[in-house]
Design a protein around this ligand. Structure first.
Ligand code: NDP
Length: 249
């Protein structure tokens, strides 16, 4: 397999940021493993689009919170492509409510998907990446993981935890030429932000210097850069892609 035919696993790939990242990597010639947990038809459509854009793609169903599913996801990738060069831990959920009203299951669901899911997927790719002596992982954290947010204690804790995971893995795996970075989006137009109230939108717009919500493609470019050889000396970093929001808070 030539250097150009790199293999990337993108979790939660069928919509929003994951979809944009998958298409971008496809355009760059990657073979993309499109992970989904339910929507097979959407996953297959995305694979067709990636192939039309010049990449290759394989849809693999897996719930990132399930260790057996995750092991099967990486095994299927290895059986099909024989290598894994990149992992994008993108799958994520929110269950927003104020701390006093937050149920234990809201806490567990958000921590398990956003943080444990990334741990399980990263652990599963580490062995093949170590054998290859190369690899790159990008974790989708959030501006909320950096500054906290009212009504998002579970999500902020998970996203802050991802930053600790990113830096620890970067230290553990660096000697094997495996880089681990995080991208911290601000407010991006996806299903996750569709549910925001007008009040929250107005507040956010008031503190975003670039004066707009981001688009999934804004994030895809940053993820592709961090996975690329151009970022070959960058590890353990958190790249804010937020229209200046973190700086302004
Ligand atoms: P979306 O809700 O549009 O997409 C999330 C994706 O994750 C969906 O495809 C979803 O699948 C998948 N997913 C959720 N749980 C699991 C699971 N257990 N196993 C496999 N896949 C799963 O969200 P975004 O595109 O907006 O978010 C992508 C990432 O970016 C998330 O980690 C999010 O926290 C982060 N982010 C987003 C921001 C934003 O403003 N949009 C800001 C900062 C960070 P399904 O369709 O089946 O539910």
């Amino acid at each position: 397999m030539s250097d150009e035919q790199k293999v990337a696993i993108v979790t939660g790939a069928v919509r929003g940021i994951g979809r944009a990242v998958s298409l971008k990597l496809g355009q760059e010639g990657y073979s993309v493993v499109v992970n989904y947990r339910g929507d097979e038809a959407e996953a297959e459509t995305l694979c067709d689009e990636i192939k039309a854009a010049g990449g290759d793609a394989l849809a693999v169903k897996a719930d990132v919170t399930d260790a057996d599913d995750v092991a099967a996801l990486v095994e299927t990738t290895m059986n099909h492509y024989g290598r894994v060069d990149a992992l994008v831990n993108n799958a994520g959920i929110t269950r927003d409510t104020l701390m006093l009203r937050m149920k234990e299951e809201d806490w567990d669901a958000v921590l398990t998907t956003n943080l444990k899911g990334a741990f399980l997927c990263s652990k599963a790719v580490l062995r093949p990446m170590m054998r290859q002596r190369s690899g790159a992982i990008v974790n989708l954290t959030s501006v909320v993981g950096l500054v906290g947010n009212v009504g998002q204690a579970n999500y902020a804790a998970a996203k802050a935890g991802l930053i600790g995971l990113t830096k620890s893995m970067a230290k553990e795996a660096g000697a094997r030429n495996i880089r681990v970075n995080a991208v911290a989006p601000g407010f991006i137009n996806t299903r996750l932000t569709d549910v925001l109230s007008d009040d929250v939108r107005e507040w956010a717009m008031g503190i975003i210097p670039l004066d707009r919500f981001g688009e999934p493609d804004d994030i895809a470019g940053a993820v592709a850069f961090l996975l690329s050889a151009d970022a070959g000396y960058i590890t353990g970093n958190v790249l804010s892609v937020d229209g200046g929001m973190f700086m302004a808070t």
